[in-house]
Structure formats: structure tokens, C-alpha cells
Design a protein around this ligand. Structure first.
Ligand code: ADP
Length: 739
């Protein structure tokens, strides 16, 4: 049935004429050569080599991604595979050729592909239906072709297939067409004409026109004789169809004759086919082998490609990682560098800062030391001035004018002493020398005593002093009575200072209480001049004096600063409300622990005036002449006799020589200071009370004095009350009786 092999061979030869000129590629030159060589080899029956080149052409075209060449290369492959009866691959490749061909603008190859496909369907298990579809498409496309024989071949194949299917009526119009173009076909190409005559004969036989059929069979036979080597099978068809005709017209002898001829010819065809089949088998084997190798190579290539792809991915990932790593390292390095730099700068700054700090500390120490020394030094002469002026005033001897002058002198000295004491206090708070010492204290007694100490001043200014005390406040609370006194004294002092003919309240208000603690609010309110709005923010600054600017009030400008600092150290804060010409209210809150102790050191000192004459014999160890005079007079005023030693050594001597009830010992003295002298005295006399006289803060020297063997300390400048009290206290301890 493989009638078409010859047909295809004929038309393919001219199929590539146009291809090279259509494209300007240099690479395609080699593709053209490949395809042409493959075609040449195929016509020479070198199927294996032909297929090899066709494969190469496919690969090249694939690499170029060139649809035109892809369709040509697949067509070449399909054709060869069809010829070596590898229908499966032939069909697959021909369909591919069709696919790529449809993607190109040029449709020159399309009719041949359709023809090829139809042939494959026809020969592969006789799928005539599909074969007809492609033949018809092929005919339609080839209709207007310049090369008329390229139209004749698909037309013949279509007619032939219709006839094979017994569809003579459908074949009729195409047969007419084939007849009409036959005269246009040159005599050099007889193959198409041969098959046309045979089909005419078949058609006439089918329609019972035996004469015309016989005539065309004759014509066919003539041509077949000439074409035998090209179309051996043609003779078989000829004998087969004529025998069928004879059979139909019951001319059995002729039918038998033709069948015999058919048999003979078939033997030849078989022989030819056998030789060819052997060749084909050999080729198929080689081709299979080649295909396997190719497949393996392709798989390998794919694998390599995959590996390459994977490698590329790995390389990319590694590159990215490396870049990231370098970036990170760089980032950290920069970070490290800048950190190193900044830590170096920081270190240098630190050193500088430390230097500056120690310099500042040194300076501040020098400053406090200076203030402290100066203040102490100022207090000693002040002690003399105040003492002498007090004595002179008490003597009551001078004129009224002298007295006025004396009281001015005493006022100035008092003022100066107050200033010196406050400066000392500030410098102590600043240098954190003062420690908070909380002792069980009665707030009621403390408040009363403080108010009592202001009675004189407030009367002078015709002020009324009032205490408002909440009776639910526990008897004793833990408090630093000195600090609280200091605060209240400052506040009340100010209130009196800035109020005339008004009222001053000290309020102790219970804000909260439980079994262990109380919250107390202390308030000092006055009906004085008040603080102007624009000055309010400055009043807590050191040396700030609002009053002195607009009024002629006296003050150091340190009081409120002391209050603020002390409260800060006690975790509290000073608040105030003030209206000009209405009054001011200063207040603060303290959280205090309740004390369950029944007895405590209370703020109520025994301030009853001592008027009795004591009659003790006292030794004064003092090098300063004025102080000697002041102390001597003070002692005299309380009825005591005294002896004066110029220094510690003299005091030691005097004590060895005669008995004394008590010794008042200055600490700083030439030859032998008070502390050393005391130590020496204690070697032979442990009973005589020794009271230290000091211009320093008592807390500063207390330990030293007691360690040396002293019994008590009294601050300079001395006043009569304090001195008398100290003498009484120490002599009572030694079971002496007041005379
Ligand atoms: P000073 O020793 O001068 O009173 P303070 O620090 O105690 O210094 O007070 C600073 C300023 O605050 C005072 O000079 C005064 O102008 C103002 N001030 C303080 N308390 C009162 C008050 N109760 N009434 C009016 N002004 C006051």
C-alpha cells in the first residue's frame, strides 16, 4: 500500500530552493547545508546518515530558536522516519514540523507537511479518515502553486484514498480537476500521469464504462512499463484493479490471467521489499542505536544543564552569602572601629572628666575648708564682741546714748554671727558633713520651745504667735530634732521678719497615721508683706533677698536655701503660697516612724532662768585675752570664781597645785592644746569635770573631746544660760550640790 513513497521523493527535492535567501543569518548557512545534505543522502537511500544530519539540524535550529528551520528540520526527520517505517516517530516529528510551520509567515513547506502527515496516517494502520483531512488541506494549499506537479501529487493521493474508501462520487470533482491539470504537467514527470490514468480506469470500471476503463488501463500499462523501476508496485495495482474489472464483467479467463500477473509482480515487489526491508531493518537498528545514544546524550546534557543550573544557583547563593558575609564583617569592622574610636574618645574624656572632677572636688574642698576656717576665725572675735557688749549692757552704767550705741553694736555682732553660722551650715550641707540623726522626739514640746524662743522678737514687732497642734499626733516620733528645728526656726524667723502687727501660725497637721508611721504637715503662715509674683522663683537661691530690694528688711538670703537643702536630705520638699500684702504660707510634709519609747530626748530644754549663785571655783584655760575677759565676767555674773591659765601646760600645773570644781578648756591653745592637756590631766585626775570651749560645730569635735577625757562641750560665743546649764549639768553628775 505504500504508494506514496515515490510521490514524496519527487516533490521534496525542490522544497528548499527558497530557504537560504529568506534569512540573513550566517549560522543558518550551515543549517541549510545540513538539511540539503540530509535530503540528498535520503534520496540516495543513505537513511542513517540522512537522519543523523536531520537530528543535528533540529538541535541547531533549537539552539537558534528559529521556527522556520525547526519546521524544516522536523519535516526532514519525519520524512526519513516515514521511509524507514518508523511511523510513530515520523508522526510525532511531522506534527512538530506542522506546529513550527504554522508559527512562520512563510507557508511554503506547509503543503508538504500536510501531504507527509496524510501519507503517514494512510500507511499507519490505514487511518484513512485522518489521511483524508490532511490530503484535503494539502490540496487546498497547493491549488495555486507555481509548480503544478506539487499540486498534482496531493490531488492524486486524495482521489486515490477516496477510491480506496469506495467514495467514487466524492472523488469525482477532484478527478476532474486532476484531468484538467494533466495537460499542464510536462512529459518529463510521468509518475503522476501514470497514477491518474490508473485512477481514471478504476473510475470507469466502477461506473461500468468498460471500454473507457480498458483504454485507460492500456495507457497506464504503457507508462508503467517506462516507470517500472520507479514504481514497481504500480504494476501490482494495475493487475489488481483490472482483474477486479474482469471479474465484475465475468471475464474470468482475463481476470485469472491478470491475477497470475499480479502474483508474479507481487513476488518481484516482495523481493524488492525484502531487500529494502533488510536494509531498512539495518538502518532502523542503527537509527535506534543512534536515537538511544542521542537520548542518552540529551539526558546527559540535560543533567549537565541541571547540574550547571544547580551549580549556578549554588554559585549565586555562595556569592550572595559571601557578599553578605563581607558586608557583615565590614559592618562589624566599621562598628568595631567606631566603637574603638568612641571608646578611646570616651576613655580620654573620662580621664579628662576625672581630672576635672578631682580638681573640682579639690577646689570645693578648699572652698569649704576656707569658708569653715574663715567662719571659725570670725566666730572667735565675734564671741568677744558679743560677750563684751552683753556685759557692758548688763553693767547698766553708761549713758542712754552709750547704751543705744552698745545695743547697736550687739545687734550688728549678732547679725554677723548669724550670717557666719548660716554660711557654715550651708557649706556643711553642701559637703554632706551633716548626718541625719533621728531620735525619739515629742513634736509638741519641740514646737512649743521653738515658738517660745521667738516670743521676744515677735512681741517687738507686735505679732501674735499661734500654735495649732493636732492632738492625735503620737507622743513620740523618730525625727532629727536639730534639722527640723533649724527648718522651723528659719521659716518662723522669716515670718516674724516680714510681718508687723500680724499673726504667725505654726501648724502641725496629721495627714495620715497607722500603727507604725505618721505623715505630718508642718505649716508656717503669716499675715505679712508677702512675696511679689516675679520674685517667687528666686527665693530659694542662695543669697537671694527679695525683701532687701523693695523693703529694708535684714537677712542673709541663706535661710530658705538651708530649708530647701535640709528637706531634700529628708526626702521632702518645701512648698509655699504667697500673696503680696496678704501673707505667706510655707509648708512641708514629713513621713515619720512612730516611737513606742515612753521617754525620749525631747526638744524641750529646761529654759527656766537660772538666777541662783553657783559659787563654784572654775579654771579657765584660754589664750585669747578677750575671751578670757568675757568668760571671766560671765562666770562672775553667775556667782563663780575663776582662775585663768594661758595655755594647756599652765592649766595642768594649776590643777596639780590646787583643786577646782570644774575646768573650761579651750581646744586651740599654744604650747599645749586643750585635748593633750585633758589627756595629761586625766592621768592624775579623773573626777574634775572638763568642759571644752569650741568655736567649731560641736558634732565635729565631740568624739575627739570625749575620747581625750572631757565631759562636755560648749559652743563659743558663750551665753550665760548655756554656760550655767553646762556647769550645773556636769557638776550634778559628779554629785556636787548647788550652793
Ligand atoms: P533671708 O535670710 O534674707 O530671710 P531667706 O532665704 O530666708 O533669706 O529668704 C529669702 C527671701 O525670701 C527673703 O529675703 C524674703 O524676701 C523672702 N521671704 C522669705 N520668707 C518670707 C515671708 N514669710 N514673707 C515675705 N517674704 C519672705
Amino acid at each position: 500500500m505504500r504508494k506514496n513513497i515515490v510521490f514524496i521523493s519527487v516533490f521534496i527535492i525542490s522544497s528548499f530552493i527558497y530557504s537560504q535567501n529568506d534569512l540573513g543569518y550566517t549560522k543558518v548557512d550551515s543549517l541549510d547545508v545540513l538539511l540539503k545534505t540530509s535530503q540528498k543522502l535520503r534520496t540516495e537511500n543513505n537513511m542513517y546518515e540522512a537522519l543523523e544530519l536531520a537530528f543535528k539540524a533540529v538541535t541547531y535550529a533549537q539552539n537558534l530558536n528559529h521556527n522556520h528551520y525547526l519546521s524544516h528540520a522536523y519535516f526532514a526527520m519525519g520524512t526519513i522516519q516515514y521511509e524507514i517505517i518508523d511511523y510513530e516517530n515520523a508522526k510525532a516529528h511531522m506534527l512538530k514540523a506542522l506546529e513550527y510551520s504554522e508559527k512562520t509567515d512563510s507557508k511554503k513547506l506547509l503543503p508538504y507537511i500536510l501531504q507527509g502527515l496524510a501519507n503517514i496516517y494512510y500507511d499507519d494502520n490505514g487511518d484513512y479518515e485522518n489521511a483524508l483531512i490532511y490530503y484535503k488541506k494539502g490540496v487546498e494549499l497547493a491549488k495555486n502553486k507555481v509548480h503544478i506537479n506539487n499540486y498534482q501529487i496531493p490531488l492524486n493521493n486524495l482521489i486515490w484514498t477516496y477510491m480506496d474508501l469506495g467514495k467514487f462520487d466524492e472523488a469525482a470533482p477532484y478527478l476532474k480537476e486532476a484531468d484538467s491539470i494533466d495537460k499542464l504537467i510536462p512529459d518529463s514527470i510521468q509518475l503522476g500521469r501514470t497514477s491518474l490514468y490508473l485512477m481514471r480506469a478504476r473510475n470507469y470500471a466502477h461506473h461500468g464504462d468498460i471500454e473507457s476503463a480498458k483504454e485507460n488501463f492500456e495507457k497506464t500499462f504503457k507508462l508503467l512499463e517506462e516507470e517500472e523501476k520507479y514504481w514497481l508496485k504500480g504494476k501490482s495495482y494495475f493487475y489488481q484493479y483490472r482483474a477486479e474489472m474482469y471479474q465484475d464483467i465475468k471475464d474470468y479467463p482475463n481476470a485469472l490471467k491478470d491475477l497470475k500477473e499480479l502474483q508474479k509482480n507481487e513476488r518481484k515487489v516482495f523481493e524488492n521489499a525484502r531487500v529494502k526491508d533488510q536494509e531498512i531493518t539495518k538502518i532502523r537498528f542503527k537509527v535506534d542505536e543512534y536515537e538511544r545514544e542521542l537520548e542518552a546524550a540529551q539526558r546527559e546534557k540535560l543533567l549537565l544543564l541541571n547540574i550547571d543550573k544547580n551549580n549556578k544557583v549554588i554559585i549565586y547563593i555562595s556569592l550572595i552569602c559571601l557578599l553578605l558575609l563581607i558586608g557583615t564583617v565590614f559592618f562589624y569592622y566599621r562598628g568595631y572601629q567606631s566603637k574603638k574610636k568612641s571608646s578611646e574618645t570616651l576613655r580620654l574624656k573620662n580621664i579628662e572628666l576625672n581630672k576635672a572632677k578631682s580638681a573640682a572636688e579639690k577646689l570645693s574642698k578648699i572652698k569649704s575648708q576656707f569658708i569653715s576656717t574663715i567662719s571659725h576665725e570670725l566666730r572667735t572675735p565675734l564671741y568677744g564682741v558679743i560677750g563684751i557688749s552683753s556685759l557692758l549692757l548688763e553693767n547698766n552704767k553708761g549713758s542712754k546714748n552709750d547704751k543705744e550705741l552698745l545695743s547697736s553694736l550687739k545687734f550688728s555682732a549678732d547679725y554677723l554671727l548669724n550670717l557666719v553660722n548660716k554660711v557654715l551650715k550651708i557649706s556643711k550641707i553642701d559637703s554632706k558633713k551633716t548626718e541625719l540623726v533621728q531620735t525619739p522626739t515629742s513634736l509638741l514640746s519641740l514646737s512649743k520651745n521653738i515658738l517660745r524662743s521667738f516670743e521676744y522678737q515677735s512681741k517687738e514687732k507686735q505679732n501674735e504667735l499661734l500654735l495649732e497642734y493636732n492632738n492625735n499626733i503620737p507622743n513620740l516620733v523618730h525625727i532629727d530634732s536639730l534639722w527640723v528645728s533649724e527648718i522651723l526656726i528659719n521659716l518662723i524667723g522669716n515670718a516674724i521678719k516680714f510681718t508687723e502687727k500680724g499673726k504667725i501660725w505654726l501648724r502641725v497637721i496629721l495627714k495620715y497615721i497607722d500603727t507604725k508611721k505618721v505623715r505630718i504637715q508642718f505649716e508656717v503662715e503669716d499675715t505679712g508683706i508677702g512675696i511679689p509674683e516675679d520674685q517667687k522663683e528666686y527665693i530659694f537661691e542662695e543669697f537671694s533677698q527679695v525683701g532687701s530690694v523693695y523693703d529694708n528688711k535684714q537677712g542673709t538670703g541663706l535661710g530658705l536655701s538651708i530649708v530647701k537643702n535640709l528637706l531634700q536630705r529628708m526626702d521632702s520638699k518645701i512648698h509655699f503660697e504667697s500673696n503680696k500684702n496678704i501673707g505667706s504660707k510655707f509648708y512641708f510634709v514629713l513621713n515619720l516612724r512612730i516611737c513606742d519609747q515612753l521617754n525620749a530626748v525631747s526638744g524641750d530644754a529646761n529654759d527656766s532662768e537660772i538666777t541662783t549663785s553657783l559659787g563654784f571655783k572654775i579654771l579657765i584655760a584660754e589664750d585669747n585675752k578677750i575671751n578670757q575677759l568675757v568668760t571671766k565676767n560671765l562666770l562672775k555674773s553667775i556667782g563663780c570664781s575663776c582662775c585663768i591659765a594661758e595655755n594647756g601646760s599652765e592649766a595642768l600645773q594649776l590643777l596639780k597645785e590646787q583643786p577646782f570644781d570644774l575646768v573650761l578648756m579651750d581646744i586651740n591653745m599654744p604650747i599645749l592644746d586643750g585635748l593633750t592637756a585633758t589627756k595629761k590631766i586625766r592621768e592624775f585626775d579623773q573626777s574634775t569635770p572638763i568642759i571644752a570651749l569650741t568655736a567649731s560645730e560641736l558634732s565635729e569635735v565631740e568624739d575627739e573631746c570625749l575620747d581625750a577625757g572631757m565631759n562636755d562641750l560648749v559652743n563659743k560665743p558663750l551665753n550665760k544660760v548655756d554656760l550655767k546649764e553646762a556647769i550645773l549639768k556636769n557638776l550634778k553628775l559628779n554629785n556636787h550640790h548647788i550652793k
